[in-house]
Structures are given as structure tokens and as C-alpha cells.
Design a protein around this ligand. Structure first.
Ligand code: DSN
Length: 440
């Protein structure tokens, strides 16, 4: 194929194979998932619901979407008489927006997790003086925080604050919160103040489905999740709701905020749900957490400030302030060595989200490649070397000096040597759907 896009895709395949992907929200979907997403299903319009479409020619599409919904309920052990699922939301943010549109009147109050404490933009992020997310323009959003000392949630305090805030909905969901959320307590708090409880388990979906993290379904009214993180499907989302809320939620997704659903993605989600229902996936999910625990422990032993002192799931958050390092320099130093992490805000951060004080690391992708505890120790030792090396480099104050700084990092001989070692190491571990070079 002549289109230059295909040579760029080849380069991206190489990057994904030769680098260590430690972004906790990324993973490698299987070849079967990718085949479904790249199929002819993308050619079809199917506005509406299964068996009730606004377009002709949807018999096969109905079968795909029905199968996806059945598999979703089964995977999470849900009774179809009590729970419904919508699989049409295009991704996590539209899924959360649809829930708010369905259940909360404009101007009513939302109580959600503070972003630097690990929350998400789509839960209504705003600054003290201006809205940022669309949700914060429509609803009155108040945040709850982690404790300054322990950096974990104090549920007694959240309960007391909720009684004062009197929200219509309480949202939990940690994109950078390394500990399990106590869904039972959150559900009780919501009930006590007459609010809905929305548990956004985008990050932990695969861990919850495998029984490795606690399921929120007994305590929440609505559960949203993306499908491409620990669940290892294509980029998409699902909204589970108690049966009496489902008609409102379906209507909020379409025609409320979306047009035609992406049925090729829904097919890919269905394939991923089947893959996630087996014992191999359950072992995978347990290994994801075991790997993250080792990573947290090794970083802690090396003197890094691991937020909350460890992790219960797939992600580790490191506050770099005690190392006189910032997240931007740390993350770019690591990228120059072939190790891909997020730079991330940390609790009680005073820096901006573009130049934050920490880094966020995760194990879903490297565990998919078959890496275990031993490999995590090797990876942390490289991370330690890189961060020590770059901690002598200061983040240039002037934005105009930052491009030359990155150029300098890309030519740094120490980082280039680690990059070569990382590439040789990573190449030993196969990536689903990406062929390995013949000479390996
Ligand atoms: N952007 C995702 C993450 O990286 O956590 C959340 O949507």
C-alpha cells in the first residue's frame, strides 16, 4: 500500500514493540480485537437500540450489539433483570456526560474526586475561577480530597462533607489514585444524602471483572468504564445502570449526545469481553497487580516517594519533589531511554498539570507481554538510573528553551545506551498483533 500513513503505522508498531509502555491506561489489544475493529462493521449506520433502529439493514449489527451486551452483563456477574448496559458511548468522557445528562438537572450539584488527587476531567473539573470541562459549565461541581498526610480518602470526612454539599450525584473514579476505592462506604454516603452513586471504574475494569479488585455493583446505581485499559479491548466505553435508570441513560447517549454508534468498536469490545471471561485473563489480572506491587516496593526501597506507600492495583504514583525533580523532566528523560510513563499531578501539587510534580506508572501493557516480578525489578533499576541522571538537569524556565533541552536529552549518551538495552530487552517479549522481526 502506497499511502504514507501505512509506513507511519509500521513505525508505531516498532515503537510499541521496542519501548516499555508503562502508561497505566494503555494496553495491547489482541489480534482478534483489532480484526473486529478493522472490519466492515465500520461502514454501517445503526442509530437506535437493538431491534429498534432508525436505519435499514441492521440484522447483523443487532446480533453484534446484543452479543456484546449479554457478554458484558455475564462478565461482571450481573442479573439482566436488575441491570442494563449501554455499549454505545464512544469513550469514557461521553459515557460520564451521558450519565450526568440523564440523572442530573442543569445547575444541580455534583460531588466528585479532586483531579490532582486522582480524579478525572469528565467528573466536572474546574479551576477556582473558571470552568474547564464541559460538565463544570452545566453543573455545580464540588470536590472531595485525600487526606494531606496519608494521601488516601477519609470516608468519615467525605460523609460529613456530603451532608453539607447535598449533591444530586456522587462520583468516584481514580485515574491516579493507587488504592482501592471503598465502594460500600461511597454507596452508603450517597444513599444517606439522597444522591445517586456513579462508580467510574475505567482504570480497574479488567481487575474488577477478574475479581482482583472489589466490584462496585452491589453499591452503585451506575457504573461506567472504558474498555481499553485493564480490560484490554478497543477504545470504547460501557455504562451499566440499574434497570429503572436505563431508558434515561440510553436516551442520553442517543439522541442526547451522540449520533451513530461505532459498531466495529462494539464488536471489538464483544471479542475482548469473551477473552476476559477465561482463566488466562484472571491470571493476567492478578499478575498486573503483583507486578505493580513489586514496582512500588522497589521504587520505595530506592528512596522514591511512592504516593500512599504502595498500590492495590495496576498503577503507581511517584511524587518527585523530594528528589528535586519535576515530572516533565523525569518523563522526558525516561522517554529518551525508551521507557514511557505519564507525567502527572500528585496530591497537594502546586505545579501545573502540564509541568506537574510526579510521574504515573502502570503495569497492564508490560504484563500483557508476559513480564513478571523479575522483569519489574530490572525495569525499576533502569528508571532509577535515568531519574538520577536527569535530576542534575533543570527544567528550563523559558518555554522557548524546552525544545533544545529535549534535543539534548535525545542525544545524551547515557540515555541512548539505556534505550538500546531497553529495546533488546523489550524485543524478547511478544506484543499481540505485532509480528516480531525474523532475526530475533
Ligand atoms: N486519560 C485516561 C488516563 O490516562 O487515565 C483517563 O481517561
Amino acid at each position: 500500500m502506497k499511502d504514507e500513513i501505512f509506513s507511519i503505522i509500521k513505525k508505531e508498531e516498532r515503537r510499541q514493540r521496542t519501548e516499555l509502555v508503562l502508561i497505566p491506561s494503555e494496553n495491547y489489544a489482541s489480534a482478534a480485537v483489532m480484526k473486529a475493529v478493522g472490519s466492515v462493521l465500520m461502514n454501517k449506520y445503526s442509530e437506535g437500540q437493538v431491534g429498534r433502529r432508525y436505519y435499514q439493514g441492521n440484522a447483523n449489527i443487532d446480533d453484534v450489539e446484543r452479543t456484546c451486551k449479554e457478554r458484558a452483563l455475564r462478565l461482571f456477574g450481573l442479573d439482566g433483570g436488575e441491570w442494563s448496559v449501554n455499549v454505545q458511548a464512544l469513550s469514557g468522557s461521553p459515557a460520564n456526560l451521558a450519565v450526568l445528562v440523564a440523572l442530573v438537572e442543569p445547575g444541580q450539584r455534583i460531588f466528585s474526586m479532586f483531579l490532582p488527587d486522582g480524579g478525572h476531567l469528565s467528573h466536572g473539573w474546574h479551576l477556582p475561577d473558571r470552568p474547564v470541562s464541559f460538565a463544570s459549565k452545566i453543573w455545580d461541581v464540588v470536590f472531595y480530597h485525600v487526606d494531606r498526610k496519608t494521601r488516601v480518602f477519609d470516608y468519615d470526612r467525605i460523609g460529613k462533607d456530603a451532608a453539607t454539599v447535598t449533591p444530586r450525584i456522587i462520583i468516584s473514579g481514580g485515574t491516579a489514585y493507587p488504592r482501592e476505592i471503598d465502594h460500600r462506604r461511597m454507596g452508603e454516603i450517597a444513599k444517606a444524602v439522597g444522591a445517586w452513586y456513579l462508580a467510574d471504574i475505567a482504570h480497574e475494569a479488567g481487575l474488577v471483572s477478574a475479581g482482583v479488585n472489589t466490584s462496585p455493583f452491589s453499591y452503585a446505581d451506575v457504573v461506567t468504564m472504558t474498555t481499553h485499559k485493564t480490560l484490554r479491548g478497543p477504545r470504547g466505553a460501557m455504562i451499566f445502570s440499574r434497570k429503572d435508570l436505563s431508558a434515561k441513560i440510553d436516551a442520553a447517549v442517543f439522541p442526547g449526545i451522540q449520533g451513530g454508534p461505532h459498531e466495529h468498536t462494539i464488536a471489538g469490545i464483544a471479542v475482548a469481553l469473551r477473552e476476559a471471561s477465561g482463566g488466562t485473563f484472571r491470571k493476567y489480572a492478578a499478575q498486573v497487580v503483583a507486578n505493580a506491587k513489586v514496582m512500588a516496593e522497589e521504587l520505595s526501597n530506592a528512596g522514591f516517594d511512592v504516593v500512599t506507600g504502595g498500590t492495590d492495583k495496576h498503577l503507581v504514583l511517584v511524587d518527585l519533589r523530594s528528589r528535586k525533580l519535576d515530572g516533565w523532566t523525569g518523563a522526558w528523560g525516561l522517554e529518551s531511554a525508551g521507557i514511557i510513563v505519564n507525567r502527572n499531578t500528585v496530591p497537594y501539587d502546586t505545579a501545573s498539570s502540564f509541568y506537574p510534580s510526579g510521574i504515573r506508572l502502570g503495569t497492564p501493557a508490560v504484563t500483557t507481554r508476559g513480564m513478571k516480578e523479575r522483569e519489574m525489578r530490572r525495569v525499576v533499576s533502569w528508571i532509577q538510573d535515568v531519574l538520577s541522571h536527569v535530576s542534575n538537569l533543570k527544567l528550563p524556565k523559558q518555554p522557548s528553551d524546552r525544545a533544545p533541552f529535549l534535543q539534548m536529552l535525545s542525544k545524551d549518551s547515557f540515555l541512548s545506551r539505556i534505550k538500546r538495552e531497553v529495546s533488546t530487552f523489550a524485543n524478547r517479549f511478544p506484543v499481540p498483533g505485532i509480528d516480531r522481526p525474523k532475526n530475533l
